[in-house]
Design a protein around this ligand. Sequence first.
Ligand code: FES
Length: 219
Amino acid sequence: MAAHEAQAYKDPGSPEEQSRRTFLANATLGIGGVIGLVIAIPSLVSLIPESLIKPDKSIGGVWAPLSDAEFKQLESRTDNPVKMTFSFQYADGYFPPQPDDQFVWGIKLTPEQVETFQQKRPDLYTPAGKITYPAVVMSFVIFSSICPHLGCRYEWHPEATRFICPCHGSQFGIQGQHLAGPAPRGLDPLPFREKDGKAEVTWIQYKSQEPDRVIVAYS
Ligand code: FES
């Protein structure tokens, strides 16, 4: 009797029983893993500063800090734009935040350029091209690095004192006004602010090939 019980205990069962046991074991592990993730992800999200992952309702996007060194460079010059790189984290629900590295062009306007900005950029003050935030903040303007023609990255050419896009030759003045080439509008300013001594920007993508400013995505 004892030998029979021992034999029954060792019996691995039919192939169907074995595969059912394997399935149940895997399912248990899988469910345990999902529960672990559900607990862990919000904890990881909570480690990232709120301002980097929660859209600011007034602008729709997320504020990302510029480096102090880059902002100091911008503060000190009015002759040339400054390329400024930054990284932001964006979380969608409970998915882990994803890092995204971008760059923008910062310009410190002279008092005269501040005065003439609206005149140079009438496209930013029409209903179709209007932005919902100030383009000029404390004499600074931050431009998206995306060319409004087809999305290439343009560069500043000091010898020509203008931005030039390498893809199809669109050209823009230092205030972002469209000067030449196929781009349908001037450069797109981005929200900028200084908070607690930190300079911050928000990344917004506008639709290319449109004279109007249509938001495609926020950071
Ligand atoms: S993408 Fe810049 S000119 Fe075409």
